[in-house]
Ligand binder design. Structure first.
Ligand code: ALA
Length: 891
């Protein structure tokens, strides 16, 4: 059975048993900042287990992409060295949310393995939880296996908390579990003929883990029962397939074969011939898979968090490539094998093909530079150390600088140090690292101090504030519930002063999600204030920053709050356009495009997103056209409040690392073209956006691009500005709009012709001057010697000049030099009567040394080039000395 069939069979088996087949979540789980990457099928259901979230199904099944490279579940170091470890793998799982429990879970698992996949029963072992100090042994599971399934008691093991109590992390749902192991065969036994899955990991492979979710582990370590006992299972697809295909290693299955083959081909070796090489091939295959899936889910190499994990994986792959003797970038030759073999199951890989290739290549190039620069420094340090009498030890601070400045991998420094017999001060390195972390923490705290007053706002005793700005821009009869002057509560704000006002209800939108705060006016019977800005120091607190224009506004007074509608409309247009832009970028550029930041202002919008290289004019044009097409279709912009999971399941775009509540506001436009979680204010129809025009595109950080655009009135203004420029050019060039370009080209051509003529005149003058001077050559031992510098001449002109000068001299030596930038060239011509005594080739070779180069030619004419133009004059002067030397030694 091939891997596709194995995966499909699993999902169909559970679908037939009323399970909803749910797609894999992305590797980066939206809305769960506690987890760097998905590491189990149950992650996306975490809140469903605890009862915090509800779905319209109670049974589910999935094939989840997982990455185990950090935190509680980390297999990185094992990859390559074992037959079964990978960073990236697929986990097949079935789940029950308070529906069935142990009996069914066990029965399903057994039926699927032995009846459907037809694995011989006598090859299977099971384990159950044997109890701990706080949780009783799972006798129920033991009885089910033994009495209902009929597993012989000798093949049921009781194991402790370490092995048979599963936790997602330190906190979260958990429970005792029961594992199913497969016996690969007695010939593999590493723990004696009667070894068991508890004592022999070579012979037995764990294939399926059934977790009986019963508790939530709290931060203080206490276990609290779940509202309803649930089921979470996980079966590594790669292991299952290895069993079904009769292989002893995951890497010997059809899931890895094409990738390993690509790696082996590139390295010019054969997989399975040499264990050390095989380790490297497996690392490359595994990391290439991880690279593909990470990039497809929007992760880009960076120096922190997820991006750093990716960077480390790529760098490890490169290091193993080097071990195999591959010097140049090579990952782009391996990743297509992953994309082609898994793209049908995970179409995001197909969509991100270009991104995956590019990211690999760029990262490899960058790493080569890092290595080169770091290695050079390291070598220098080692040389310095070698000169010291005491035993060599590289100080921690140096090591840290290497790491901090070049991103030089510490493991690599360690390898090289070992080769050189140098010790590394690793404790010192750790110390330096910790100092930097402390600095980072301090500056972060400093940041909070700067907002010290925020705490004061949180303590304001105000009732919950109602935001009315989605429905209207004016609220009459709002009440002032707090007035602040310099952050201190006061009873009244009076004319001329600036301060802050909090209302019990307001149409003013406070800055959030990139959208700027509203401006407008607050008017009471006693006075009027202009709202300069609106912000939100705490979740439900909306604060208006105001300048009193006239009269006074007291605490407790009634006001009419009126938003500057023209400005708000401009902001709305930009916000709606931002959503259309985001969706258009994903359609045109690829689904790896993720929002990295945005500004929605009145005069423009700015959008930062993950992408690895500049966008072509064509791509920019396509994005712009697509947005405008959606604007012209003038579809309704719909907003609704929905459950987070429902919204995400419908494909709503959420921001990475953003924490959303259970109920979220979903903004949909363009008939589903864009669906985003968003709290901002939007147009009612896309047509209100008006003309959308991109005005700028550039990179702002590695892997992050920025575009800016205008809409509505600002588009008109932009258009007018361009038109003004064109008109000014028309006047200056006395040409009509359509003729401007041709006119500029014509004038540029005329300028170039004049420049050429000027240059020719200079050449003529220079030649004439030299010819004049040639009438009085210098004499060295009776030989006429002429040395001249002629930078303005082309090499060909130089040769012609040398010829004519030689003729003029009748008998003598001519040496000409010219410099262009840092490069210099020399030409030596000798008349026939002198070639025996003064061969041009020899003369030019000794002069060439001075300009840092070499030369050659005939006895009568030779040329040389060098890279040290600054010493050209010196070389020309040396001619006399050289000629003298040769004449003397010859005489
Ligand atoms: N969540 C369980 C595991 O990862 C099934 O092993």
């Amino acid at each position: 059975m091939n891997s596709r069939e194995a995966r499909q069979t699993f999902l169909e088996f559970f679908a037939q048993r009323d399970h909803r087949v749910v797609p894999s979540s992305p590797l980066v789980l939206p809305g769960d900042p506690t987890l760097l990457f998905a590491n189990a099928g149950m992650n996306q259901f975490k809140d469903v287990f605890t009862g915090k979230e509800r779905r319209d199904y109670t049974r589910a099944a999935s094939s989840q992409k997982c990455l185990r490279v950090s935190g509680k579940h980390n297999d990185l170091e094992m990859v390559g060295f074992t037959a079964r470890h990978q960073t990236l793998f697929e986990m097949l799982g079935n789940f029950s949310f308070g529906d069935y429990f142990k009996r069914e879970a066990i029965a399903y698992a057994w039926e699927l393995l032995t009846r459907v996949y037809a694995i011989p029963e006598d090859r299977l072992w099971v384990t159950v939880f044997g109890g701990s100090e706080t949780v009783p042994p799972d006798d129920e599971a033991l009885a089910l296996w033994r009495d209902e399934i009929g597993v012989p008691a000798g093949r049921i093991l009781r194991r402790g908390e370490q092995d048979n109590f599963w936790r997602m992390g330190e906190v979260g749902p958990c429970g005792p579990c029961s594992e199913i192991h497969y016996d690969l065969g007695a010939d593999l036994a590493s723990g004696g003929a009667d070894s068991t899955p508890a004592t022999d990991e070579r012979r037995y492979v764990e294939i399926w883990n059934l977790v009986f979710m019963q508790y939530v582990s709290q931060a203080n370590g206490r276990l609290v029962p779940l509202p309803a006992p649930s089921i979470d299972t996980g079966m590594g697809l790669e292991r299952l397939v290895s069993v079904l295909q009769g292989r002893r290693s995951n890497y010997d299955t059809d899931l890895f074969a094409p990738v390993l083959a690509a790696a082996a081909r590139r390295a010019g070796v054969e997989y399975g011939r040499d264990e050390r090489r095989d380790v490297s091939l497996r690392v490359i295959a595994d990391h290439a898979r991880a690279l593909c899936f990470l990039v497809a889910d929007g992760v880009i190499p960076a120096n922190d968090k997820r991006g750093y994990v990716l960077r480390r994986l790529v760098r490890r792959a490169i290091r193993h490539g080097r071990k195999l003797g591959i010097g140049e970038p090579f990952l782009h030759e391996i990743t297509p094998a992953v994309i082609d073999s898994l793209g049908r199951v995970y179409p995001e890989l197909l969509a991100a093909r270009q991104a995956i290739l590019e990211v690999g290549r760029l990262e490899e190039e960058r790493f080569s530079e890092t290595l080169a620069a770091g290695l050079e420094t390291l070598e220098r340090k080692f040389e310095e150390l070698a000169r010291e009498p005491a035993p060599a030890r590289l100080p921690g601070a140096e090591l840290f600088r290497l790491y901090d400045t070049y991103g030089f991998p510490i493991e690599l420094a360690r390898d090289i140090a070992r080769e050189r017999g140098v010790e590394l001060d690793e404790a010192g390195f750790e110390e330096a690292m910790e100092r930097q972390r402390a600095r980072a923490r301090a500056s972060w705290r400093g940041g909070e101090d700067a907002l010290g007053s925020v705490a004061a706002y949180r303590e304001l005793a105000v009732p919950p504030i109602r935001f009315r700005g989605y429905e209207s821009t004016v609220v009459e009869g709002a009440t002032v519930v707090a007035a602040l002057d310099g952050g201190r509560p006061v009873g009244v704000l009076a004319a001329g002063g600036e301060g802050e006002l909090v209302l019990d209800e307001t149409p003013f939108y406070a800055e959030a999600g990139g959208q700027v705060g509203d401006r407008g006016w607050l008017a009471s019977p006693e006075g009027r204030a202009e709202v300069l800005d609106t912000w939100r120091p705490a979740a439900s607190l909306i604060v208006h920053r105001v300048r009193m224009v006239e009269g006074r506004i007291p605490l407790g007074g009634a006001v009419v709050a009126e938003v500057d509608v023209a400005r708000r409309n401009a902001v709305r247009r930009n916000h709606t356009a931002t959503h259309l832009l985001h969706a258009a970028l994903r359609e045109v550029v690829g689904t790896h495009v993720k929002q990295a930041g945005s500004l929605v202002a009145a005069d423009r919008l700015r959008f930062d997103f993950s992408h690895f290289s500049g966008l072509s004019d064509r791509a920019l044009g396509d994005v712009e056209s697509l947005v405008n097409q959606k604007v012209l279709e003038d579809s309704a912009v719909e907003t609704e409040v929905a459950d987070l999971d429902v919204a995400l399941a419908r494909g709503a775009m959420a921001l990475f690392g953003e924490k959303y509540g259970d109920r979220v506001r979903v903004v949909t436009m363009g008939d589903g073209f864009s669906v985003e979680l968003c709290g901002g204010t939007h147009c009612e129809r896309t047509g209100e956006v008006g003309l959308f025009k991109l005005t700028e595109e550039r990179g702002i950080a590695s892997g992050v691009r920025r575009v800016e655009a205008v809409t509505g009135q600002a588009s008109l203004e932009t258009f007018r500005r361009y038109q003004d420029t064109v008109r000014a050019l028309e006047r200056l060039l006395s040409a009509g709009r359509l003729g401007i370009v041709a006119e500029v080209e014509r004038r540029l051509e005329a300028v170039r012709a004049l420049e050429r003529e000027l240059a020719q005149r200079r050449v003529r003058e220079e030649i004439e001057a030299i010819a004049r001077r040639a009438q009085n050559p210098q004499l060295v031992g009776g030989i006429k010697v002429l040395t001249e510098r002629a930078d303005a001449l082309s090499p060909k002109e130089l040769r012609e000049l040398a010829d004519s000068l030689r003729r003029k001299l009748g008998s003598g030596v001519v040496v000409l030099g010219r410099a262009e930038g840092a490069r210099a060239s020399l030409l030596v011509a000798v008349t026939q009567d002198l070639v025996a005594r003064l061969p041009a080739v020899e003369l030019v070779r000794s002069l060439a040394k001075i300009i840092g180069g070499g030369g050659g030619g005939r006895p009568d004419l030779a040329e040389a080039g060098g890279k040290d133009a600054a010493r050209l004059d010196e070389a020309l002067q040396a001619t006399l000395r050289e000629v003298a030397r040769r004449v003397e030694s010859a005489g």
